[in-house]
Design a protein around this ligand. Structure first.
Ligand SMILES: *Cc1c(COP(=O)(O)O)cnc(C)c1O
Length: 395
């Protein structure tokens, strides 16, 4: 048995899917000499805006940067509050602290792990100083945006969507990216469009777009590329209008993004196929499989988060992960809720019982591999491992 395991190759939790077109485009960029923000980034932005169906797409070097810039363009200040979910990566909340503003965390819906709309409503009715709301489309499934947008409107809040998982995702026939004031995507290596590091902010708001464009590159009123274009001003001229940031995307990253963007629908349908195979295979096991709760919507299936029914099992989630590791299958946990992380719990005196759904959910979730480089036999291997482990552990 041990020997057999040694012979197994590792199946990683996630892998990017980089093709020859991406590689050729990067080589072309390297040979062109224009390595930083330039023509490839312009084209990536234009293609991205067209694909989402939005006026402005602004490339940045991470989603974290894009979220920071979006809040900055909303005028978030020290002492303001921003509402977001506890079931997210720390980046969503850390950018609020960049301003000296404070996140207000909300518990999740037990079915989707998206923010609980009723809880959002209750918080908004009982809290002063909230300026914006940051929904996170968990795993690639859209939050229930209609009631959230209505609440934001009633309370005069900006809506900045964390769409790090949500490309491509739709909500009631509308593309995520066209709904809130600004929407931010991540192109981190594990995401559904990967450039290694990178991100995109999309918005229909001309003023926000103009502000983000300036602030992503040192608060300079023209960006590097424009500086070298012909205009009535001399080419060396630029003006610093604010102390901005260094958040621009390189043309090397954009070269990868251009070609990844053309594949996002094909990628999504492969991930959906894997999700369906898992759902079918696990239906009689003591687990709850994630499902697309509005079947007419496009779910991006960035993550496949299985919920173990611990009451029917003799093992806990951590042991399940160990047993998957023994079979050399990578897994992960999305997420350790923010209220259980030292910084956030200490800073805001947050207790597990303040977020009962997220706290309980955390104990029993595990993310399985779901990516386009998985072959059918990789999917079968994950299915076989999960079935064997859980059948052996069923009480
Ligand atoms: C990955 C991720 C981010 C951060 O993305 P970067 O591009 O690495 O900055 C933000 N929010 C969520 C929900 C994520 O999963």
């Amino acid at each position: 048995m041990i020997q057999q395991l040694d012979e197994l190759t590792a199946l990683p939790f996630a892998l990017p899917d980089i093709g020859d077109a991406e590689i050729a485009e990067v080589v072309d960029t390297l040979q062109s000499g224009w390595l930083t923000t330039g023509p490839k980034t312009r084209k990536f932005e234009q293609d991205f805006a067209d694909r989402i169906g939005v006026k402005h797409a602004l490339a940045v070097n991470s989603a974290t940067a894009g979220l920071h810039l979006s809040l900055e363009a909303c005028g978030i200040k020290r002492g303001d509050k921003v509402l977001t979910t506890t079931m997210t990566f720390t980046a969503t909340a850390e950018v609020i602290r960049y301003f000296g503003a404070d996140p207000v965390f909300v518990d999740i819906d037990p079915a989707t792990f998206n923010m609980d709309v009723a809880a959002v409503r209750a918080i908004l009715e009982n809290t002063t100083g909230i300026k914006a709301i940051m929904p996170v489309h968990f795993a690639g499934e859209a939050c229930d945006m209609d009631p959230l947008l209505k609440l934001a409107d009633q309370h005069g809040l900006k809506v900045i969507e964390d769409a790090a998982h949500a490309l491509p995702t739709t909500y009631k026939g509308r593309m995520i990216g066209t709904l809130g004031d600004a929407t931010v995507y991540s192109f981190y290596v594990t995401k559904t469009l990967a450039t290694g590091e990178g991100g995109m902010v999309v918005t229909n708001d001309d003023e926000m777009a103009a502000r983000i464009k300036i602030m992503r590159l040192h608060g300079i009123s023209k960006d590097v590329f424009d500086r070298y274009q012909l205009s009535d001003k001399p080419t060396w001229h630029y003006d610093v209008v604010n102390p901005g940031f260094k958040y621009n995307m390189t043309d090397i990253a954009a070269s990868i993004g251009l070609h990844q963007l053309q594949k996002i629908d094909r990628f999504a349908s492969r991930r959906e196929q894997i999700a369906n195979a898992y759902g079918e295979a696990f239906k009689d096991l003591p687990v709850r499989c994630p499902k697309n709760s509005r079947p007419d919507d496009q779910h991006a299936w960035h993550l496949y988060v299985l919920r173990l029914d611990l009451e029917k099992l003799s093992i806990d989630r951590n042991r399940f992960i160990e047993l998957m590791n023994e079979r050399k299958i990578g897994t992960s946990v999305h997420f350790i809720p923010l209220h259980l992380q030292s910084y956030w719990s200490n800073k805001y005196d947050l207790k597990p019982q303040d977020f009962p759904v997220a706290s309980k959910t955390f104990e029993c979730i595990v993310s399985l591999p779901i990516y386009t480089k998985m072959r059918d036999d990789d999917v079968a291997r994950v299915i076989d491992a999960v079935k064997t482990i859980l059948k052996d552990a069923t009480i």
